[in-house]
Design a protein around this ligand. Structure first.
Ligand code: AMP
Ligand code: MG
Length: 363
């Protein structure tokens, strides 16, 4: 969030935490909607179709999904699921929530639980939980005993059951468990926003949903959109590189710099290693994924941040599995930037002066 507002104010263009859109919209019939949802600023620019109706419908979709997936609204599917953790109730949920829980579970299983959608008790212990606003959050460093007591409440994924009539229920097996879908929900929303836009004739648009940028179609000049990837070490606006994005792809960035606090001179960030309960120390400053499925782009940017650069590149190089179908930008603490080969075309690197070097990773 810290770099979002200045960028919005200075260029009046879309931006996300971790990435911003650098495409000119002047001279087109583009219509942009900015709004606050899911604890972040979102923006959508539509370049064609019935732009004003499309943007209203798109924002309504995000609001509808937030009402289902919020942890702070007592009536949301996620709150009701959490309230009944361990009591054996099969909680009725909407199909969108069932789909989200299933995508989250798939990412959890494939990542060896580096992505864990039931980390809420641990997130709350750090004060990264229910109150997401940086101005009101009460951050603290939990004791090892406290974390050890909470870790058994993680890892057991929600059980989703489909009824014969197309309805769904979900249940959390253990008392005290709670789902936190903050690592995937914004990305997952992008697919619904795209559907709402296309239903109103929009073929070209760019959406920025809190660290997740989706490029529908291309720029009005026929070129790909240009997306800025944040320099995770910059204290002011600083960009590491620009990448080209088009054709429905989503770029998702996760970084420890996005939300953190300091205590006794130590910095603690909001991406937790589920195997320890502590902020992940994998040698990475940020991970950017580019993928066709926005929910998976979001989940895996978080998961790969936990797994670290060696494992991330191993998964990508293997040629099999979800990560192999994505493109990656991995920024290490040693200021080495690994960019996978599919992003080479359209890459502009801006990080040399700040001390970064980059390498194109090939299979
Ligand atoms: P993102 O910015 O997409 O990387 O998501 C970060 C958010 O995901 C945090 O604020 C938490 O709500 C949640 N989170 C943190 N660590 C994990 C993890 N290991 N697996 C799943 N979600 C996580
Ligand atoms: Mg994520």
């Amino acid at each position: 969030m810290k770099r979002l507002l200045p960028l919005l104010l200075s260029c009046a263009l879309l931006a996300g935490c971790g990435a911003g859109q650098a495409s000119p919209s002047a001279g087109t019939d583009a219509d942009t909607q900015y709004f606050f949802a899911m604890d972040t600023i979102m923006s959508i620019t539509a370049y064609d179709g019935d732009t004003s109706a499309a943007l209203v419908a798109a924002q309504q979709e995000v609001n509808r999904l937030e009402a289902l997936w919020s942890r702070t609204r007592p009536e949301s599917d996620v709150s009701r699921l959490n309230d009944h953790a361990g009591d054996g109730t099969a909680v009725p949920i909407q199909p969108e929530t069932a789909r989200l829980l299933e995508t989250a579970a798939a990412a959890a299983q494939e990542s060896g639980l580096a992505f864990d959608p039931v980390l809420a008790p641990v997130m709350d212990a750090w004060g990264f939980g229910l109150t997401e606003s940086e101005t009101t959050a009460v951050h603290r460093v939990p004791s090892q005993e406290e974390l050890s007591a909470l870790l058994p409440l993680t890892r057991d994924l929600p059980q989703v059951t489909a009824g014969e009539d197309g309805s769904y229920t979900a249940a959390l097996p253990l008392t005290g468990q709670a789902a936190d879908l903050g690592g995937i929900a914004k990305g997952a929303s992008a697919a619904y926003v795209v559907d709402a836009l296309t239903a109103h004739g929009v073929e070209n648009a760019i959406l920025s949903l809190g660290g997740n940028i989706t490029a529908l179609g291309h720029r009005p000049d026929g070129q790909p959109f240009r997306v800025l990837v944040t320099d995770p070490l910059a204290s002011e606006d600083g960009y590491l590189c620009t990448i080209a994005l088009e054709g429905g792809l989503t770029c998702s960035t996760s970084g420890g710099y996005e939300r953190y606090f300091e205590s006794d001179g130590v910095t603690y960030h909001h991406i937790i290693d589920p195997s320890t309960g502590y902020p992940a120390q994998s040698g990475l400053l940020s991970v950017t994924t580019v993928a066709a499925d926005p929910a998976l782009a979001d989940a895996w940017s978080t998961a790969l941040f936990v797994l670290g650069p060696d494992r991330a590149l191993e998964l990508w190089r293997s040629g099999e599995g979800t990560v192999a179908g994505m493109e990656l930008i991995l920024v290490t603490q040693g200021q080495q930037v690994y960019v996978t080969q599919g992003l080479e075309e359209g890459l502009q690197f801006h990080g040399e002066e700040a001390g970064y070097t980059y390498e194109i990773v090939r299979r």
